[in-house]
Design a protein around this ligand. Structure first.
Ligand code: FAD
Length: 187
């Protein structure tokens, strides 16, 4: 790469930080010990077979564990779990209350809005990170709202147009019905 093409690290972070993501806590387990790390480099890769990918820094403790145990859990954090995200990113915050629960034979974080458990099928060294491609073995999700990350800050989800897209259609129909009953009673 010539000097003219050299990418400034700050610019790289600032530019890629424009890509809004959810936040996950990766989990791994070795000899009865649980390891967790905050990660937003998580993506779905393939439907058939069901594959997901996580990108983990070579210096992260969980990288060595994942390389050995070849299984990981992904907890997609809920909007109220930013303290957990900070804590598992090793930021200087007071330790929050931690509660791991078991899903698909792996420890995951209680209160997350979705869980994915995967078996590592390929590992690809990529610069200062290792990409872990995982074959999905277990899935679970709820209707809760996600924690969002954008430009180095946390955000909450707000649907455009005022309608809360996370409210299931059945519940919306019930809400409309109860409103029209109430409106009629008030007339
Ligand atoms: C929003 C966000 C997204 C990120 N995305 C990525 C990403 O995609 N890839 C990436 O490589 N890095 C990412 N990072 C950075 C990464 O989270 C940190 O660099 C991380 O702390 C380093 O991982 P580690 O395995 O060395 O963590 P460690 O230092 O081993 O663990 C992090 C902290 O969690 C504590 N901890 C871990 N497990 C437990 C447990 N079972 N019980 C109690 N405490 C525990 C540790 O004591 C430590 O304080 C992200 C950071 C943020 C804020």
């Amino acid at each position: 790469m010539t000097n003219e093409n050299k990418i400034d690290l700050r610019e790289f972070r600032n530019t890629l930080g424009r890509f809004a993501t959810g936040v996950t806590a990766l989990t791994a387990e070795q000899d009865g010990q649980i390891y967790s790390m905050t990660a937003n480099a998580f993506m779905s890769v393939s439907l058939e077979p069901p594959l997901v990918l996580v990108s983990v820094n070579h210096h992260a403790n969980i990288r060595k564990i994942l390389s050995a145990t070849k299984r990981f859990g992904v907890s997609i954090l809920a909007e109220g779990q930013s303290a957990l995200s900070d804590y598992f990113a090793r930021r200087p915050v007071p330790a929050p209350a931690l509660r791991f629960v078991e899903r698909g034979g792996m420890p995951v974080l209680d209160g997350a809005i979705a869980y994915v458990i995967a078996r590592v099928v390929e590992m690809y060294p990529a610069g200062d990170h290792m990409l872990f491609l995982g074959h999905v073995e277990f899935l679970e999700w709820t209707d809760g709202k996600p924690l969002l990350y954008f430009g180095g800050q946390y955000y909450r989800l707000k649907a455009q147009g005022g309608q809360d897209k996370t409210t299931p259609p059945d519940e919306l129909a019930l809400l409309r019905l109860s409103r029209s009953v109430r409106d009629r009673a008030e007339r």
